[in-house]
Design a protein around this ligand. Structure first.
Ligand code: NAI
Ligand SMILES: O=C(O)C1=N[C@H](C(=O)O)C[C@H](O)C1
Length: 267
């Protein structure tokens, strides 16, 4: 059995991940952590997740949560994830990271730590979104410069980062396929007399509201025709199952930074 610890155990994703770990044949929950002062510290992680008592109490001490674990699954926030990664690198524990919103500098820090331990970092753990990344690469390479690209993402009103990590990755995939630099061509805001749309820009639009789990559409807009590639998440369960699959995949891997395309064999 591969032993798993989960950080953000009482979060929206944490509960689904604990359930996915419990349902996976080869995985076993060995630890669960939350931030200090969280109401659920001391409670049984399975009861909090709604999948029945597991005999693992949520702790605010990460090292305690990791004591028996082989892999940490972390869906929290970039600054928290980086601190947790430092601990995992020191203790030689593998890590699956689902947190989004890393700055380029933070992303470099992830890469540095991944020289010591195997790490999967992916803005989206669903099979469908990872298939979309491939479709987008292909679509952009077929359509070339004759189509304007706009990306729209919709998420719930509790989401803290924008645009979503998935939308950013979609922008990067399309930009790369078109021979552009995402950091130079992404446009996040239009207001007032903006002038005509430039040829190379990729528009990135964000919608926040209610309980939307996550929706992403990439528009390729040409003269007289339009292609839309959309992914709609109906629940968080496939993100959670994806993270459990990544934890299992890491079992025999050497130190390094991997993503879901590696886990799913899509490279
Ligand atoms: N890669 C993917 O497939 C997906 C990624 N995400 C990302 O996962 C992250 C979390 O999303 P949600 O679960 O919706 O957020 P959330 O706010 O519901 O959960 C985050 C949890 O982390 C906890 N936390 C904060 N500091 C902590 C610490 N020091 N130690 C342990 N726990 C700590 C919070 O108390 C909270 O319970 C976000 O960055 C989101 O974008 C979300 C869904 C899918
Ligand atoms: O915060 C979320 O909820 C989600 N975040 C991820 C992202 O930023 O891409 C993935 C998913 O869309 C849900």
């Amino acid at each position: 059995m591969i032993k798993i610890a989960v950080t953000g155990a009482a979060g929206r994703m944490g509960g689904r991940i604990i359930t996915a770990v419990q349902e996976a044949d080869q995985l076993e929950l060995a630890g669960a952590a939350e931030r200090s002062g969280h109401d659920m510290v001391g409670q049984d992680a399975g009861l909090v997740a709604g999948c029945g008592q597991l005999g693992v109490a949520i702790t605010d001490d990460l090292e305690k949560a990791l004591a028996e674990a082989d892999v940490l699954i972390d869906f929290t926030f970039p600054d928290v994830t980086l601190k947790n990664l430092e601990v995992c690198a020191r203790l030689g524990k593998k890590m699956v990271i689902g947190s989004t919103g890393f700055t380029p500098e933070q992303r470099k820090q992830v890469e540095q730590h991944a020289a010591k331990i195997p790490v999967v970092l992916a803005p989206n753990m669903s099979v469908g979104v990872n298939a979309c990344f491939k479709l987008l690469k292909e679509a952009a390479s077929i359509l070339g410069d004759g189509f304007d690209v706009e990306i729209v993402e919709l998420h719930h009103n509790k989401k803290k980062d924008a645009p979503s990590g998935t939308a950013v990755r979609m922008g990067e995939v399309v930009a790369e396929s078109l021979g552009r630099d995402y950091n130079e061509c992404a446009v996040f805001h239009r207001e007032g007399m903006t002038g005509e749309r430039t040829h190379d820009e990729i528009g990135m639009q964000t919608v926040r509201g209610g309980d939307i789990v996550g929706e992403h559409t990439v528009y390729f807009i040409g003269m007289g025709e339009r292609i839309e590639i959309t992914h709609r998440a109906m629940s968080r369960d496939m993100f959670a199952r994806g993270s459990a699959r990544a934890a299992q995949w890491l079992d025999d891997k050497s130190p390094g930074l991997y993503d879901m395309q590696d886990v799913l064999g899509l490279k």
